[in-house]
Design a protein around this ligand. Structure first.
Ligand code: PAF
Length: 305
């Protein structure tokens, strides 16, 4: 597994892979790897002949009062976690390499980036879309792997790929949860034992909304109220939003249907946590939810040619 720091080196690597007609998977990360990231690496490994994981804590997606400074960074540990997967390379540029002095061009994502996370974190998706476009341009993967955990981010990137005619397939992979239901996140490392217990209310709230939906409740406000009630009962949590949205656009759906997405974000102490659930009939597992989602939303899945 090579460690690549320089832009010309990653370009050379990608060129060689493509010259040999091999498929190339990219797993973009900000490091602090956990089982959620490793599930993306595993999927990339099973689908592509070559795999690159990028590790870059992207400063342009953090707001001035966010956790850029304290975001967990431990390259040695991350490399150790990746070693068993026998991937081809880790691309870990530094900030000056990705954003040299004079850098002045950003991607400006549209409507899908305006609500929810976009409304609470102005400029966040501009930073995400910019760095993802740069990574896709540098690595030129056949497939890029993203987690459903950051659902809105994945929809912003789908739109980016479609709108900029990028020759890459986006693979969306299920949320990996702790046995008690907590969605895995690098930010879980910030939680005290008490906060970690409180954080379980997010997945509980989503489950509550789905139960109501499965019992026939399709009114948007009623489903949102179900989620709000669960969060309100947990004094350590402050709700940022609870929403049910149309999957591709993140707009409020005219009618809530199987395939609509329940999304929630809350703060516990100084840590923000996100979670979401694609609504489905009882007993549907996460892979099937995503498969159904891909089928329903296949238009953006079509590769540009
Ligand atoms: O999801 C993340 O870890 C980041 O937002 C990403 C996609 C690597 C861009 O910095």
């Amino acid at each position: 597994m090579g460690l690549i720091r320089a832009l010309d080196e990653v370009r050379r690597f990608s060129h060689e892979v493509r010259e040999q007609g091999r498929s190339l998977g990219l797993v973009p990360t900000m490091g602090a790897l956990h089982e959620g990231h490793l599930s993306l690496v595993r999927r990339a490994r099973s689908e592509c002949t070559s795999v690159v994981v990028s590790i870059f804590v992207n400063p342009t997606q953090f707001g001035p009062r966010e956790d850029l400074g304290r975001y967990p960074r431990n390259l040695e540990r991350d490399l150790g976690l990746l070693t068993p997967f026998k991937i081809d390379a880790v691309f870990a540029p530094d900030a000056g390499t990705m954003y040299p002095s004079g850098f002045d061009t950003f991607v400006d994502p549209g409507a899908v980036a305006q609500s929810l996370e976009g409304a609470l974190r102005p400029g966040h998706f501009r930073g995400v879309a910019t760095v993802v476009l740069k990574l896709l341009n540098l690595v030129r993967p056949t497939t890029a792997y993203f987690g459903q955990k950051d659902f809105q981010q994945a929809m912003v990137i789908r739109r980016l790929i479609e709108d900029f005619n990028l020759d890459v397939r986006l693979a969306l992979c299920p949320i990996v949860r702790e046995p008690d239901g907590l969605a895995m996140s690098s930010r879980n490392a910030y939680l005290s034992a008490e906060e970690r217990v409180a954080a379980l209310a997010l997945s509980r709230a989503l489950q509550r909304a789905e139960t109501a939906f499965c019992h026939g409740e399709t009114r948007l406000e009623a489903l949102v109220d179900e989620m709000k009630r669960v969060i309100a009962a947990e004094p350590h949590l402050q709700l940022d939003y609870a929403a049910v949205a149309e999957a591709q656009t993140l707009a409020p759906p005219a009618v809530v249907i199987a395939g609509s997405v329940a999304l929630i974000a809350a703060r516990v102490g100084s840590t923000r946590l996100l979670d979401n659930l694609i609504l489905a009939p009882p007993g549907t597992n996460d892979e099937d939810r995503l498969r159904e989602f891909e089928t329903r939303n296949s238009k953006l899945e079509i590769r540009n040619s």
